[in-house]
Design a protein around this ligand. Structure first.
Ligand code: DGL
Length: 271
């Protein structure tokens, strides 16, 4: 059984996974977190499943070598294509991805209404959300669309205003015109919660947004309790690792974490 005081490892292709880290820190303030953003090899969303799996395995090894008690795969693309490989390679360490908690949240919100998913090309190609939803609710209509432009847009801080609205509408307008009309929109990429305001405006009041950060944090809490792995300390800490450009990591990361990140606290690691 791992040491309870060890950090929870959180892994993403870059800074976007800090939206999940934010939800984790809110729900589990007593836990320590060790976050790794593979900024040198970002983006993952446009790469093949084999390449993403290879990158994810080396990144996960960097985290386990430093000592973690659980791995949270905050990246939707990695969760979509590499979760079985990670789970097998890291066993008996617990590995939690974001797709299944997101799918469960979508089904709960949908109440039988159609669901739409926006994500990276990699996530959409493998149909991970569609499969995860249909495994649990076989007859729920699910439409999906890759929205790759929204990733760099968010990293530029363009989360509201004319450009953001036009880009979001380019993807959402055809997707939400699908019949039957989706009433639930899953934000199937780490970056999209930062665009929530614009997405909600474009989608309109009839569409409910679902983001997997919250539900993933809940799934992690449940798993920690089931394994008796809660940190007994009251106040947790966060450490950050990046494979390149720590200044950019801290500057852009603040958009997703919703809190300042001292550039000096970001350690550069080579995978
Ligand atoms: N983290 C990725 C995801 O959630 C988005 C960024 C990327 O393409 O690497 O799918």
């Amino acid at each position: 059984m791992p040491d309870k005081t060890l950090p929870i490892g959180v892994f993403d292709s870059g800074m976007g996974g800090l939206t999940v880290m934010r939800a984790l820190r809110t729900r589990l303030p007593g836990e320590n977190f060790l976050y790794l953003g593979d900024t040198a090899r970002l983006p993952y969303g446009t790469k093949s499943a084999d390449t993403v799996t290879r990158y994810a395995l080396t990144a996960a090894q960097a985290l386990t070598a430093r000592g973690i008690k659980m791995l949270v795969v905050a990246c939707n693309t990695v969760s979509a294509v590499a979760l079985p490989a990670l789970t097998e390679a890291l066993a008996p360490l617990s590995v939690i991805g974001v797709i299944e908690p997101g799918a469960e949240a979508a089904i709960a919100a949908a109440q039988g209404a159609a669901v739409a998913v926006i994500a990276t090309e990699g996530t959409v190609k493998g149909g991970a959300y569609v499969h995860a939803i249909h495994d649990r609710a076989p007859f729920l209509p699910v439409a999906q669309k890759a929205a790759p432009l929204l990733v760099p847009l968010t990293e530029e801080g363009l989360v509201t205003g004319e450009i953001a609205t036009l880009a979001v509408a380019r993807y959402l307008t055809p997707l939400l015109a699908t019949v039957p009309h989706p009433r639930i929109l899953v934000l199937g990429c780490t970056h999209f919660p930062a665009l929530k305001e614009t997405i909600a405006e474009v989608a309109g009041p009839d569409v409910t947004l679902v983001d997997s950060a919250e539900t993933t944090a809940r799934a992690v809490e449940v798993r920690l309790d089931a394994l008796g792995l809660r940190n007994p300390d009251r106040q947790g800490s966060s450490r950050f690792l990046a494979t390149d450009a720590p200044d950019r990591f801290s500057r852009v990361g603040e958009i997703f974490l919703g809190a300042p990140i001292d550039p000096g606290s970001v350690e550069v690691v080579d995978l």
